[in-house]
Write a protein that binds this ligand. Structure first.
Ligand code: HEM
Length: 492
């Protein structure tokens, strides 16, 4: 054995107890004391190490999406999309790529119930041969705000009151009374879809618009959609109370048990694509994350399937330490100018450097499975073994060269500096159409949830009136109904 060679930490296989430094532990029951009754000696290094390790077990939870469950599997291309993208992992039908997926709720803490009304995260890490591609989506196709500058305030309003630590409707309805573009998202959150049955029975959406680039450099805007093969199912309020009352981790358990039983969850991946030259043809801005793209005009095109066939071995290593980032793309997939996406490109890695440390991408679950090389080095908890003398670029001693150039969007960006809202806001058409597409009982449940929220004693007349005006602009009957139940006159 080469005594200088590092052993991987997976060699956690000694037949007897040891300290972290490998010294044998001959008694793991009693502390080292003076006499039988103590006091305890500070020189009991094993005791100190054990307790110190325990004292530091928790790391900061994610600032949002703290509660989640993950599983592993593969993605398989089923349809040829090579005319749209040069992404290697999408190169041909039959190509498989290993993935890890994390589902989550958004607002509450790491141990909170999985039956709360909340959007669900649907994040997929593809370990491709050209680096990791993270599709960090949700179970709803739209979002609350279209500019990342509003995101921290939005999250603060949805999170518990900083004084009482209780989530309160008056704070939510107050904040969003200033954000009319959020109404579309509320037609998902306060719809029956607001509490998914579990993680297997929900859709996923990339939500933001990305760009596909083919070998010739031709670009298409793209939206991603995951459809579960077992269908979409939700919990109505009373079922949610029953399910959550008996198990606050029911969705994590459902995912784990299904995979353990060989009943592998599966989703089909579809895309909608748009030629950027057509982006002005719509009465909304296609890069506005509060809008869906109508499927009758931009139909869903099948791409592949996602199968989760392996449970994680360790929750901390493969869930808590797992780090997704919308900035992680591969050649053939690029961002768009969607303002919300642009803020997300910065935020995730920034948060993860704080939550997990600067070398979080060396953690096994986050590291690419392909070879990689650069001169970013050192830093806290760097455990990469490097034996080299050239840590600068360029160097005549270093044979590593640039990768082959790959196409990125070549559109010209011009304009003056400004802080502004987009031209085509169109905040109410899609929420109204969505509401009218529902049968009467579903409309009634939605209306009841809105009225319930606005009935919070601290929702002022002004807040209620603003909401009623938004609802009326989406759908007159809806606005009238909510107004009459709140004893308000609709303002329009
Ligand atoms: C500007 C808007 C947004 C910002 C600044 C933001 C920021 C963040 C941050 C800081 C995290 C925690 C990351 C970590 O600690 O690992 C996070 C998690 C997450 N976000 Fe966002 N987010 C935004 C919008 C969105 C949108 C639109 C979606 C859905 C498409 C989304 C989906 C997710 C998901 C799924 C996670 C959890 C990932 C996981 O399972 O680890 N976020 N977000």
């Amino acid at each position: 054995m080469d005594s200088y060679k590092q052993r991987p930490s997976s060699a956690h296989d000694s037949p007897y107890w040891t300290t972290n430094s490998g010294a044998p532990v001959w008694n793991n029951n009693s502390s080292l004391t003076v006499g039988t009754r103590g006091p305890i000696l500070l020189e009991d290094y094993h005791l100190v190490e054990k307790i110190a390790n325990f004292d530091r077990e928790r790391i900061p939870e994610r600032v949002v999406h703290a509660r989640g469950a993950s599983a592993k599997g593969f993605f398989e291309v089923t349809h040829d999309v090579s005319h749209l993208t040069c992404a290697d992992f999408l190169r041909a039908p039959g190509v498989q790529t290993p993935v890890i997926v994390r589902f989550s709720t958004v607002i509450h803490e790491r141990g909170s119930p999985e039956t709360l009304r909340d959007p669900r995260g649907f994040a997929v890490k593809f370990y491709t041969r050209e680096g990791n591609f993270d599709m960090v989506g949700n179970n709803f196709p739209v979002f609350f705000v279209r500019d990342g500058l509003k995101f921290p305030d939005m999250v603060h309003a949805l999170k518990p009151n900083p004084k009482s630590h209780i989530q309160e409707n008056w704070r939510i309805f107050d904040f969003f009374s200033h954000v009319p573009e959020s109404l579309h998202m509320f037609t998902f959150l306060l719809d029956d879809l607001g509490i998914p049955l579990n993680y297997r029975h929900m859709e996923g959406f990339g939500v933001n618009t990305y760009t596909l680039v083919n070998k010739a450099g031709k670009v298409h805007y793209v939206k991603f959609h995951w459809k579960p093969t077992c269908g979409v199912k939700c919990l109505l309020e009373e079922d949610a109370i029953r399910v959550g009352g008996s198990n606050h981790s029911h969705a994590t358990k459902d995912l784990y048990d299904s995979i353990a039983a060989g009943n592998y969850p599966e989703w089909k991946l579809f895309i909608q694509t748009m030629d950027p030259e057509h982006e002005d043809r719509f009465n909304f801005d296609p890069l506005d994350v509060t809008k869906i793209w109508p499927e009758d005009i931009l139909p869903l095109q099948p791409v592949g399937r996602l199968v989760l066939n392996k449970n994680i071995d360790n929750f901390f290593g493969e869930n808590e330490q797992l780090a997704f980032c919308p900035a992680l793309v591969v050649p053939g997939i690029y961002y768009s100018d969607d303002k919300l996406l642009q803020s997300r490109i910065f935020s995730y890695a920034d948060s993860q450097r704080h939550r997990l440390g600067p070398n979080y991408l060396q953690l096994p679950v986050n590291a690419p499975k392909c070879a990689h090389h650069n001169n970013h080095h050192e830093g806290f908890m760097n455990f990469m073994h490097r034996d080299e003398e050239i840590n600068y670029f360029p160097s005549r001693f270093d044979p590593v060269r640039h990768a082959e150039r790959y196409p990125i969007p070549s559109n010209i960006c011009t304009g003056k500096r400004e802080k502004n809202i987009i031209a085509k806001e169109n905040n109410f058409q899609q929420p109204g159409e969505r509401f009218r597409s529902w049968p009467a009982d579903r409309q009634e449940r939605f209306t009841r949830r809105i009225v319930e929220g606005l009935s919070d004693a601290r929702c002022t007349h002004e807040i209620r009136a603003v909401w009623v005006s938004y609802l009326t602009m989406a759908d007159k009957t809806l606005g009238q109904k909510v107004a009459s139940r709140l004893n308000l006159k609709p303002s329009m």
